[in-house]
Write a protein that binds this ligand. Sequence first.
Ligand SMILES: [Zn+2]
Length: 308
Amino acid sequence: MDSEKHCPICQSTALRKEFVGVKDLEYYSYGPVDFTRCQGCDVLFQDPLPPEELIPSFYPSNYRNYLVEDKPSLLGGLKNLQASMFAKNITKHLKNPTENKILDLGFGNGQLLLALSRLGCKNLNGADFSEAPQHERLKQAGIRLAFSNFDKHFPYSENEKFDCIILNNVIEHFLDPVKVLKLCKTRLSDGGKVILITPSSDALDFEIFRSAWAGFHAPRHTFIFNHRSMAELASRSGLRLSLTTAFNDPGQWAISCQSLMVDANLTNKEQLKNGLAPYTVPLSLVFGPISIIQGLTKRSSAILSICS
Ligand SMILES: [Zn+2]
């Protein structure tokens, strides 16, 4: 390994390649990628990091996080339930959630913003890379939207401050997560908080599925954090990490099973719709109880961190 190479989070040069050839078994958008673990802070990162100009091609038009279900469906219902539970969780951590100015950075299809709106939050903002027709329903709900590549340019002026900035399964997608969090810090009001959800490499399911683990979501996830590396990320970004707790995600188990099946040719990739096999969503219900038990330990599928 290149002796000059260092960890993009903590700058340590003690690096070890841990995964070679992690495939995109959901969308087949890109060739297999490798992941290196930093011995200093324990973060896993794509090595090499993907070329910036290729990244848009990792998100096909059927990428499920952008989609809005037209008809009632099990997936739509579960996603809505998850968004509602997460919204309730967020409001518990805010002093005055109905009045607080909240920004969902990388809002995807906007389900979380709508769930916060249903809870009475009135000052809601969403930022994402590009505008889509399905964003109309968010505007109708009074949610203010902005669009830009916030890896480089924060979509609001320096004078605009937020009481809460949410990165819901977003921080693991960037080429420079420290830079993004530093930018977030400059846009926090006094006492403002950054709330992050991200897959955790401390997860029990990571240990079981290894390169088929859904948390890799390769090549879209560039960094995989855990309790230790999240603390390092916050500190390097000038933020104070006040809490890291379990965030249950039974869907991650189901997608990991699906990826094992696809890789073994037991599920044909032609059967995948929006990156999901017909059995994957029902299977996530089966994993619900495991996910809840796992959430009682430090080995949850994902982690929720609060920084200020
Ligand atoms: Zn490191």
